[in-house]
Design a protein around this ligand. Sequence first.
Ligand SMILES: NC(=O)c1ccc[n+]([C@@H]2O[C@H](COP(=O)([O-])OP(=O)(O)OC[C@H]3O[C@@H](n4cnc5c(N)ncnc54)[C@H](OP(=O)(O)O)[C@@H]3O)[C@@H](O)[C@H]2O)c1
Length: 221
Amino acid sequence: MSSFLVTGANRGIGLEYCRQLHTRGDQVIAVCRTASPELEDIGVRLEAGIELTAEADLDDLLQRLSGQPLDAVILNAGILENNRLENFDSESLLRQFEVNALAPLRLVAALLPNLQSGSKLALMTSRMGSIDDNSSGSSYGYRMSKVALNMAGRSLAIDLRPREIAVALLHPGLVRTRMINFNPLGVSTEEAVRGLIERIDALSMETSGSFWHANGTLLPW
Ligand SMILES: NC(=O)c1ccc[n+]([C@@H]2O[C@H](COP(=O)([O-])OP(=O)(O)OC[C@H]3O[C@@H](n4cnc5c(N)ncnc54)[C@H](OP(=O)(O)O)[C@@H]3O)[C@@H](O)[C@H]2O)c1
């Protein structure tokens, strides 16, 4: 049994991570702002009341996790806001940067004492953070924040290599969650998370620092 911490655990992809990891017998620590009935029903350890951009909440979380070894941390919480040039909104861009790029890196830095040789970090990024793959433009805040997260992930992979902590940048595919208004073209959270967990299980020091689609394809930066 491994211990997994999951952020953004109350709905969407994070909720499904909790479900599948718990079902296969792993210990799950579910971090969220407000627990949902669906999350409470799973029966995992809940750490609610955590706004990931608030220093005081992070301090609180660290105290609750003091002495808790973590085999894997899934930095899943994120936001998507619609930014076009025509409705340029600096506040929105900064908000997405703070939640999608800064908060995960700050949490990893804070959780270093809980990680050991063999621990894994899974950063939930997006193909929309691939510069090579950008053929449709727009979405400035989301795209820029995920590029920044990708770069943070590469640096983490280098800096944590001496401690034998592996890092994966993971794109879940287009997934039917509230983030994309449950777009029917998306795959189910069940299917996406099955692939994502396979990627985390397969992650090794040899593959650390790579950018993967949930389906196992390597993605371009
Ligand atoms: N769905 C897709 O097609 C897709 C594609 C590519 C990448 N992704 C990435 O996959 C991850 C999960 O996305 P999803 O589709 O599951 O989205 P979602 O259904 O919108 O869920 C987002 C989660 O993040 C949490 N969150 C947002 N801001 C937070 C904050 N400041 N502090 C704490 N928690 C916060 C939300 O909590 P609240 O309920 O409290 O708001 C919620 O649990 C994201 O990083 C997203 O960028 C998704």
